[in-house]
Design a protein around this ligand. Structure first.
Ligand SMILES: *Cc1c(COP(=O)(O)O)cnc(C)c1O
Length: 373
């Protein structure tokens, strides 16, 4: 009996959302309009009334956040080597210098001790990443930022629905960036949003997302900063609104699946199989991913092949950024961030998505155990 293929992630769009997209397509207004405004208003309410602006990707959201913070040539920005390459690329994009700090082997997030050690007189900002939806110690993060007068651009791309001891990620802090790319917990197909501090920052965000333009009256138009073309469409916003309506239940279901993973792997899994489970955080994490660090005795490629034979898709998040050619060419290389290098070689993401069943978890855990035997 062959089993159906189980992907590691899958966007799930309900019929109401598909109908809402149809309505937008029939409406005569398909680019940024009322749906974008409604999506921004819904997100703002969710983030405790803070200002929110949407964009067409999480990447440009972070780039614009750096521009709003005034970061550019000569400035250093500290971030993690274990993230999607976008996190560091945006630092290069604004002409600033990426500085990596190694990760914590348990949380797999940036190690805040190493952040402090990496601060120089040129440091202007920190970009923490909440890998798999698990936040860093937010009290400690903002204590460091305050003491050293640094901006924080939170790469919360994976962390919508996550919290820090009862406070939603995004509802507090400095500039907080989310992604609605297809594999995130909620999607707009592609897109992102930025939570901002002041009306001035929100106006700047609007300029940067559309050619620097400010309109006034019937025909007034001025351009006083260099902006790009980063606006979200109403088609995307209609998808985002439809997904946002399910955020709480999606997060709850992901937590349920993660709990089942822990229950089935069991207390002895790490000792018996030599693999490392994620932090069992059911208070703060939105369980964007369930990631294992494999033991030394199997290569990741072999593990992925064995899982593929069982019709199970395995993700890989992420190769260490500092070892990619673009970053090696800037002087980074092997041995600089040993924890990130070890984890980056052996980390895998197991299937986890909104319509996955508990029986699918059973199947994955059986397959993992036999692949590691
Ligand atoms: C998805 C993601 C991004 C980029 O978001 P896009 O919407 O794909 O541009 C950046 N950082 C992290 C950690 C991500 O997971």
């Amino acid at each position: 009996m062959t089993q159906p293929f189980l992907p590691f992630a899958k966007p799930v769009i309900d019929e109401e959302t598909i109908a809402a997209v149809g309505d937008v397509l029939r409406s005569g207004w398909i680019t940024s309009g009322p749906k974008v405004q409604a999506f921004e208003a819904a997100l703002s309410a969710y983030f405790g009334g803070r200002l929110v602006r949407t964009f067409n990707s999480g990447t440009c959201t972070m780039e614009i956040a750096l521009r709003i913070a005034g970061i550019g040539p000569g400035d250093e920005v500290i971030t993690t080597p274990i993230s999607w390459v976008a996190t560091a690329n945006v630092i290069l994009e604004v002409g600033a210098t990426p500085v990596f700090a190694d990760i914590d082997p348990v949380t797999r997030n940036i190690d805040l001790d190493r952040v402090e050690a990496a601060i120089t007189p040129r440091t202007r900002a920190i970009i923490p990443v909440y890998l798999a939806g698990l936040p860093v110690d937010m009290d400690r993060l903002y204590d460091i930022a305050q003491r050293h007068k640094l901006r924080v651009v939170e790469d919360a791309a994976q962390a919508i629905g996550s919290s820090w001891h009862g406070r939603r990620i995004g509802a507090f802090g400095d500039l907080v960036s989310f992604s609605f790319q297809a594999n995130k917990n909620i999607t707009s197909s592609e897109g992102g949003c930025l939570v901002l501090n002041t009306p001035e920052e929100a106006r700047l965000a609007e300029k940067y997302r559309l050619q620097g333009v400010t309109r006034s009256g019937h025909d007034g138009l001025e351009v006083d900063v260099l902006g790009g073309k980063f606006n979200m469409t109403d088609i995307a916003a209609a998808i985002g609104l439809g997904q946002f309506a399910h955020l709480e239940e999606v997060t709850a279901h992901r937590r349920l699946l993660a709990r089942r993973y822990f229950a089935l792997f069991g207390e002895r899994f790490e000792a018996d199989y030599g693999a490392q489970l994620p932090v069992a955080d059911f208070e703060n994490s939105n369980w964007h991913m369930f990631q294992l660090v494999l033991p030394e005795r199997i290569t990741r490629a072999d593990f992925m092949e064995r899982m593929a034979q069982q019709q199970i898709g395995i993700g890989y998040h992420y190769p260490p950024i500092h070892l990619l050619a673009l970053y090696r060419a800037r002087g980074f290389g092997e041995g600089m961030f040993p924890v990130a290098e070890r984890v980056g070689r052996r980390i895998v993401s197991l299937p986890l998505f909104a319509t996955m069943q508990e029986s699918d978890v059973d199947r994955v855990v059986d397959a993992v155990k036999s692949a590691l035997t």
